[in-house]
Every structure is written in C-alpha cells, then in structure tokens.
Write a new protein. Sequence first.
Length: 425
Amino acid sequence: MSQLQTLAHAQALDEKDPLRPYATEFYKKDGITYVDGNSLGLCSKRAEQAVLSVFAMWKQHGIDGWGEGTYPWFTLSERIGQALASLVGAHPDEVIATGSTTSNLHQLLATFYRPEGKRTKIVTDALNFPTDFYVIKSHLRLHHDDGQTHLRVVESQDGHTLCEDDIIAAMDEEVAVVLLSSVLYRSAQRLSLKKLTDAAHARGIIIGFDLCHSIGSIPHTLSADGVDFAVWCTYKHLNGGPGSVAGLYVHRRHHDRMPGLAGWFGSNKEKQFDMSPTFTQGDGAGAFQMGTPHLLSLAPLIGALELFAEVGLEAVREKSLKLTDYFLALLAAFPETQVFTVRTPIAHEQRGGHIYLEHKEAARICKALKQAGVIPDYRAPSGIRIAPVALYNSFTDVYTVVITLRQIMKDKTYERFSNTREVIA
Ligand SMILES: *Cc1c(COP(=O)(O)O)cnc(C)c1O
C-alpha cells in the first residue's frame, strides 16, 4: 500500500489543517460522513443560537422587535447584506439579503431586461440550473409572444462543461442580457466572471451571474469585475439552513434604476412608514427588496456568516482545493474507484467546491453509500456529486468516502438497490 492510501496519511493531513477546530462548531453525526454541503450545508451551533435570539426577541418585544433588541429586525436585511458583500467582493450598499434565488432572478430580470429595437435576446447556457431557464422564459413571455424566440442557448461541446469563447461568440448586437452560473451545479466548472463581463460590456450587454454554487466556497470580486447583477442562495456552502433568505447584488452604476418589481420594503427607510402611495426608492441594493423580510429564515445567517468572517474565504478556498485534490488523488489510487469518470475540470482556477463523478449505476451507488453512512448527492441520470466542505469536513472524511466507495464497488453491494431516482435527489 502506498503512503497516500493509508488512513494515517489522512490523519496527518488533518493534524496540519488550521481549520480543523471549526468542525466542532457544526452538528456532525457520529458514523455519518456528510459530503452534501453543496445542496444543504450542515447546521452550526452559532446559526442555532442566532435563531433562538431572534425568537427570544419576538417573545420579549413583540412588535417592538423591529427597532429594539440585539438584532433590530428593520435593518437586519441590510446588516446581513454587509456580511454577504464581503464574501462577494462588493460595496456594502451593493448587496441585500432578501427573497430566494428564484424571486431575486425575477426581480433583476424585471429590472434589467429591457428589450429595445434589435437588442431583444437573453443568452444563457444549456447547462444552467432549471429555475434560471424558467425565470428567463417567464420574462421573454411577458415581453414577446413566446418564451423561445428571443432565447439564445449556448451549447456545451462535451455535455458537462462550457467553452468561454462559445459564450462570448453568442454575445452580439441582438443580445440585451446574459445570465450564467459562476460554478455549474453539476460539473462544478468555474467560469471567469471578469473575462465574460469584459466581453459583454465591450458589446453593450448587461451581464448577471447566479452564484449559488460558488458563494461561500470561492472568493469573488463582483464590484471590481464590473458585474452588473448577481443572485445566490445561502443554504448551500453558507450553511444558512433550509430555505434561508437569499442575496442579491446590483453594481453601484445601476443604483438609479427603478426596481422592476417594487415593494414597500424597497422604500427609503425614513419614508417607508409615511405610507405614501408613491414609491420613494431606497438606497442601493436595498431598493430591490419587496415585502416584509422572513426574519426567522434570516436569523440563522447571523451566526452562520460569523464563521466566514472569522476564517476568511481565502482559507476556505485553500482547504477546499486541498480536499478535492486529495479526493481525486485517492480515487485514482485504487483500481475499484478508477471506474468513475471525473467530469469536473482539474485546473484549480476552473474548479468550484465539489467533484462530479459519472457512472451508469450512479443512482444505486448513491443509495449504497447512504446505507453505509456516506451522504453524497445524486444527479440523474448518472451523476454523483461529492462536496467536502472546508469548514466541517476533514481529510479523514474524504478518506472514508473513497474507502466506502471502493468497498461498494468491490462487493457490488449497490446491486441490492434499484437504479432509479428518489423524488428528492
Ligand atoms: C440551488 C440553486 C438554485 C435554487 O434556487 P431557489 O430559489 O433557492 O430554490 C438556483 N440556481 C442554482 C444555480 C442553484 O444551484
């Protein structure tokens, strides 16, 4: 056995890991190796405490919780927005915590998609997340007869990754808006936001990104890159909890734009309770809020984001790459696990925080993994996503995943399960 193949090697890597103490901040179950943090991050003790604090404020203050207590609710979305701004490399007034990824996409396409003359098309790519397609087509239907004619979809050459030059080639004088994901949800390919933004702007096109799979795993520089708008969820790598409030970013150069979908929480805060029928737009990204914030789904973020402020995203990214490099090396080290096709780009700058493996028995291999205490993520028809998360996964966790996978392939235990998708996968 080579040194790499030993548990001792994994343990030695853990000894040297500066983020190791943070695993105890999370609820990890004994005997379970959770590598699904790119679908739903684990619960932290700090997130739990923050929810209890907001709950206590409700008990104690009733309506006065809007202005009193530890985290006055009236300004909490802005306060969380500031913490999120530092994670995406934006000015504090460019980010707000609000809505969901889907509702924020609707808000920002309603704001930025203004077909005019020949410039009527929206560009996205064939590998984008379904909700992004549904939102785009909704807006195309609002402006045109159908949701198809003005949609331009950039195809993937290999079915898993995109070629940035193909995307740029689709940007012409007929394009109004480009909407892409920063990291693809399946293959975890990472796109260059700067390169694509420069190309769009050189052609007079507005460009926005969906950061669901990169926020909390990769540092961003949205303002400096000049990105026009962005959205993201907070329940994946940010560990905000199921359905936690999402985020949106709008570059300062667009802060005079009227929100496409205005609501009273987008008002100037001093004016909101004037109760005027005329909207007085709030400052910055806050103007893109709609109704009353979902306080109980915002609360966990107070605690969850504290961890990121303490650790810093550079350290998170550094460990994340080490974990996925180690995973790939181990996978290649055993004959039984060499049967998987790795669809994630190998180059660090093109890789997000998870690894996507393909195998025709993927559905039942995932069921066998779960039964053996490893929680992966299945994507039909043949994908297995493994996301070792820097804040709570160890090198020993990665070792356990590969050794378990090896055993399952060796004994063919997956044959005891049906190779079909569950309702939630
Ligand atoms: C997870 C995810 C979403 C989810 O959107 P919700 O509105 O939170 O349901 C959207 N886009 C991408 C790329 C995702 O990965």
